[in-house]
Design a protein around this ligand. Sequence first.
Ligand code: SAM
Length: 305
Amino acid sequence: MAATQKLSGCRLPPLPTIGEIIKLYNLKAQKQLSQNFLLDTRLTDKIVRQAGNLNNAHVCEVGPGPGGLTRSILKAGAADLLVVEKDMRFIPGLQLLSEAAPGRIRIAQGDILAYKLERRFPANITKTWEDDPPNLHIIGNLPFNVSTPLIIKWLEQMSNRTGIFMFGRTRLTLTFQKEVAEVDVGVVHFTPLAQPQIQQPFKLVEKIVKNAFQFRRKHCRRGLGMLFPESQRQELTEELLCSADVDPTLRPTEISISEFRALADAYSKLCNENQGLFDYDFREELKFKHQVKRQSDRSNQTELS
Ligand code: SAM
C-alpha cells in the first residue's frame, strides 16, 4: 500500500499516499469548510515551485488538510513548516507526516483568520522592508470562503508592516478558486513592493476600491458617488473625478492602478477639506432615511384614524 517518499535531504519511512490517508482516517471533504483536496503530486509540486527556492525556508501552510501540498513543501527543502488547520480530523494524518520528517513540521489547530502567525517564527529571520524578502513564505490552497477576508487582512498587515509582515516582505503563494483568480484554480504569488504603488492609508484605499466596485457593471461614477452624502453627491463626485483625471464612464474593472492612486490622492484631499467626510457611510444615510419615512408614514396613519 505504501510508497517510499523522498524528501530533500531526508528519506522518509514508507508513508501512505494522500488517497490512502483520506481513506484511513475517513476524511470526507466537508462542504461547509469548502474542502477539496489536491491528490496529484505533479500538481502540488508545480504549485510549490511558484513560491521560489524553499531550501531551508520557514513556511506557513494554511489549511493543509490531508497534506498533499505539505509533502511537496517538505520535498522542496523547507526546514521549518508550520501548518495551521481548522479541522481536527486532519491532525492525526499530519502527525504521521511529522513523524516521518522529524523536527520539520509544527502542527497548529486553529482558525487562520484569528491566528497570530507572527508569534510562531524566530525574530532573527527578520529583514528590513527595503531589503530582500525574508526566508519565510506563506503557502496555501485556500478555502474560498476564507480567501477574501484573509487576503484583505494580509493586504492591510502588508501596508502597516504588522502580523507576518513584521519579518519583512514575506511572500505569499496561494491558490484561488475560480471567482478570485478567474481560472479553475489559479496560483497567485505575491511579493510585497518595497514602495507601495499608492501612498495613502490602507483604510482609505480600501474604501475607494469597495465603493468603485459597488456597481461593478456600471460606470465608475455611480459607485464612487456613494463616497459622498446625497446633498453634495453630484458636486463632490465631479470634483473627485475631475481632479483625479479619471473618465467617469470607465467600468470599475477598467480603472488602472495609477488612476486608483490619483483617486485616492484626490479623495484624501477632499477628506481634509470636508470634516467628517471619511466617516460618511451611505448605508447609514439610507437607513436613517428609511427610519424617518417609516415614522412619518406611522404618524400619517394615526392622523387618519
Ligand atoms: N491543502 C489541502 C489540499 O490542497 O489538498 C486542503 C485544501 S482545502 C481547499 C482547504 C483546507 O483549509 C481544509 O483542510 C480546511 O479544513 C482548511 N480550513 C478551512 N477554513 C480554515 C480556517 N479558517 N483556518 C485554517 N484552515 C482552514
